[in-house]
Design a protein around this ligand. Sequence first.
Ligand SMILES: NC(=O)c1ccc[n+]([C@@H]2O[C@H](COP(=O)([O-])OP(=O)(O)OC[C@H]3O[C@@H](n4cnc5c(N)ncnc54)[C@H](OP(=O)(O)O)[C@@H]3O)[C@@H](O)[C@H]2O)c1
Length: 266
Amino acid sequence: MKIAIIGCGNMGMAFANSFIQYNLVSKEDLLLIEKNKERGDILQEQKAGVVVDTISERVGGVDLIILSVKPQDYPSVSSELAKVIQPGQLILSIMAGIPIAQIQLSLGHALIIRAMPNTPALLGMGMTAFAAAGTVGLSDIRKVENLINSTGRAVFLEDESLLDAVTGLSGSGPAYFFYLIKSMIDAGVAMGFDAAMSALLVKQTMLGSYHLMQTSDKSLDELIQAVASKGGTTEAALKTFGELGVGTGLQQGIFAARDRAVELAK
Ligand SMILES: NC(=O)c1ccc[n+]([C@@H]2O[C@H](COP(=O)([O-])OP(=O)(O)OC[C@H]3O[C@@H](n4cnc5c(N)ncnc54)[C@H](OP(=O)(O)O)[C@@H]3O)[C@@H](O)[C@H]2O)c1
């Protein structure tokens, strides 16, 4: 399979590196299109693939084109790409917010798959949901699913509109996790630990709790109850979270991320 990646930043290269790692594409068949000179030079030095700085007719020779520029850079990408795209080429967009129909219209091309990954894809531990235009055949959907699986887990959504919710939940999710950890570390520092000690206490707690959750047959409520004995310390914390609306606040934030994804499409 020959693949072109337009926009080789964090996410584009997380995908590229996973494909290479699992031998899903060879470096000679991986066309990396990166406008940023500094980034392009680094990719060239790393011999990450065939590195170029502009969209040219060469793109017409690949099987799959991945769009991984920022949504605001897409209008200029689409006008260049529309000139060289060939019938039968498959497009995979990982750009937040831009609907399949809009990509189809701007490129004059039907075969579009839209995916929403997240940054743990850098480690092959990503979570990606994807949806496809009705015109994309099952074999092409499978091909893309196999590629995404090299970056972590993939789920296929029949309903494309749910991708905006995915953006708010798992796309931006890593940032919520880091935010939570940072708040806990800051609390440790406020109680007198140095930052390194507080970070150790918090990070190991989160790691252990994650595995406890994944291996236990208890529900999340039961796991919470198992820590929170009546009249105890955890109960005092949970009561304060409830009074301050921490859970609701988190949910409101997730809805705001989803709404922003919808807005970006306009
Ligand atoms: N980061 C995430 O957590 C995440 C999660 C899910 C989805 N996404 C989506 O993934 C996409 C990429 O995000 P990212 O974080 O990887 O961004 P990024 O690191 O900024 O990478 C985008 C790269 O594309 C380059 N570029 C811009 N216009 C170009 C063009 N015409 N031709 C070739 N390259 C061009 C940019 O160069 P300049 O820097 O010079 O502009 C930049 O190096 C976004 O659409 C985002 O919505 C990101």
